[in-house]
Design a protein around this ligand. Sequence first.
Ligand code: KG4
Ligand code: ZN
Length: 363
Amino acid sequence: MRILGIETSCDETGVSVVELSENGLALLEDIVSSQISLHEPYGGVVPEIAVREHLRNLPRLVPKVLEQSGTRVSDLDVIAVTEGPGLASSLLIGNAYARSLAVAADVPAYGINHLEGHLYSPFLSDGSSLRFPFVGLIVSGGHTLLVHAVDFDRYIRVGATIDDAAGEAFDKVARLFGFPYPGGPYLEEFAKQGNPEAYDFPRSLPGKDNYDFSFSGLKTAVRYFYEKHPHSHEDQQWIADLCASFQKAVIDVLVRKSVGAVELVRADTLVAAGGVVCNSLLREELARACEEKGIQLHVAHAGVCTDNAAMIASTAAFKVHYGCTPEIGGDINPNLSLFTREPAGDFQKGLDLAAKLRNRNAG
Ligand code: KG4
Ligand code: ZN
């Protein structure tokens, strides 16, 4: 079964073809056309530019990906497209293109949740290792989420950011230091030369039972500190120490809460995905903490951490595998959530109830 994936939720145009067979999932072709250089002068994504680029890219990239993967339109069995969350105008372009192609080719189309795409991206090269339950950490420019994946399409919210996403905090602090957009990778490069213990920035929401995140206070603390020391701004070592200390503060919180969430739900697996997982210190610290606690860790391959269509096509493959019905003609949803069943905040209540039932059964 061949699946064409299309991702246009933000500023990357992604097109991919995957094949699902009895041997598992194979990634045949994957192209991401980055628009970073076009948005960089504005310090962030400009929706009008993103739309224009998606419109230009899709008719060029789809035939290219099909050709390079040796796929004719008539070979396609499924078309998958990100339906949300994301920028409405960008999502519309991808959806209009994908759904028109699905009608023309007479194949079913799946609308895919971008966050579900990130969640399963660590399993891209190894579909067979998709096992539930697990805890998923999704850290990107737009999201910071801890998810209890009970089963396919059954996700419970464990924690989320109450203000800035982790990647957003990286980008905002990087911008303060004059690094280009998106600043996360530049900040990491500088941090490599710095001392992470140089400055003790606040670790947010430290409560033992708190699995939410907040990075806005940390970002502001770095900004005040930076503005208070104008004479040090040209000192590269000082900037590197600031970067390393900020990065350490973010990573400490991400790792501690992720491991805590795995213990909380009594799972034995942690899955980490999203753009911020490109960060090598985060990968190292997650690996170290998981090894210490005997937790199995699946981390997205660096090539599929940031937005791409391979994760969208492969999530459609999992949907086929789990017997989900395709939704032809479905609409976009810029605020699409991962949590359709349990309302946010009821997680602890659910756990308490489960513990009560266990005790009763044991008695
Ligand atoms: O997943 P992604 O491509 O887009 C969203 O869905 O948001 O993530 C992009 C984010 C940006 O904020 C970027 O700065 C951050 O991931 N990022 C990093 C690194 N590489 C990308 N943050 C920290 N360290 C990195 N090496
Ligand atoms: Zn993303």
